[in-house]
Write a protein that binds this ligand. Structure first.
Ligand code: ADP
Ligand code: MG
Ligand code: MG
Length: 239
């Protein structure tokens, strides 16, 4: 079943035409890898589908119904949530307060849920710590916990693993697989092919402002992915 469908999404920043008409369809229960070179517009596309940016034109459909998100809050209400590439942590709040932002349950219920998640993941983040004392790597864990607490229908992870340890990555992958198994949709952005082959069901390649290739992960190999990401006119092995 189609969870979120993007149709002909276009976005320009002054002279820079980044998205030229993106079509992408994320299904329920699917881990959908989105790849593309630096500056291809992956984060821009994800900011558009979570209401942080507005598209110049194009249409979004959730389960077949046209939707429009004017803010991240509106997207969150409809179950679409982005864990952004750069952590957005409020330094003068505790870890617990940072994770609770925008969640409606009582403090007690949230704390219990956070503790369980933290222990399932084996991350051992001290919830009472002031966020100003967190390293960048710890901030990223807080950002991920915040996303995993959302019960989102569609959870978007934008290059989540660059600062994570091997152990943190493997517990994250376990949870992401469980979420997909329970019917949630996941968009997973990464530059690491090994992560794609370990995690994803489907791959879409964003290149020159459009989805230039899309298909089940079984249709792709390392070499094919590299070819799909090569600059125009180059082939694998050429200089
Ligand atoms: P990716 O995530 O694929 O690396 P981005 O979506 O971050 O790419 O960026 C795509 C292009 O859009 C880049 O050229 C970037 O500079 C530009 N861009 C992104 N956000 C803005 C913005 N708020 N204002 C101006 N240009 C932007
Ligand atoms: Mg990038
Ligand atoms: Mg990005």
């Amino acid at each position: 079943e189609s969870l979120l469908q993007m149709s002909e999404i276009k976005k320009q920043f002054s002279e820079n035409l980044v998205l030229k008409g993106v079509d992408m369809n994320v299904l329920s229960g699917q881990i959908h890898a989105l790849i593309g070179g630096n500056g291809a517009g992956k984060s821009t596309l994800m900011k558009i589908i979570t209401g942080l940016y507005q598209a110049d034109s194009g249409q979004l459909f959730m389960k077949g119904e046209p939707v429009q998100f004017n803010s991240p809050g509106e997207a969150h209400k409809k179950g679409v949530y982005l864990v952004p590439q750069e952590p957005l942590i409020f330094p003068n709040m505790t870890v617990e307060e940072n994770i609770s932002i925008g969640l409606k349950q009582t403090k007690k219920v949230l704390k219990q849920k956070m503790r369980e998640l933290n222990s399932t993941l084996g991350w051992n983040l001290d919830l009472s710590r002031l966020a100003s004392s967190l390293s960048i790597a710890e901030q990223q864990l807080v950002e991920l916990l915040r996303g995993l607490m959302r019960d989102a229908e569609l959870l978007i992870l934008d290059e989540p693993t660059s600062t994570l340890t091997h152990h943190e990555i493997s517990s994250l992958f376990k949870i992401v697989k469980q979420l997909a198994h329970s019917g949630k949709g996941i968009v997973y952005i990464t530059h690491r092919f090994s992560e794609i082959f370990e995690l994803a069901h489907h791959i879409s390649v964003l290149r020159d402002g459009v989805i230039s290739a899309s298909g089940p992960v079984s249709h792709f190999s390392y070499e094919k992915l590299i070819q799909n990401l090569m600059p125009e006119g180059k082939t694998f092995g050429s200089t």
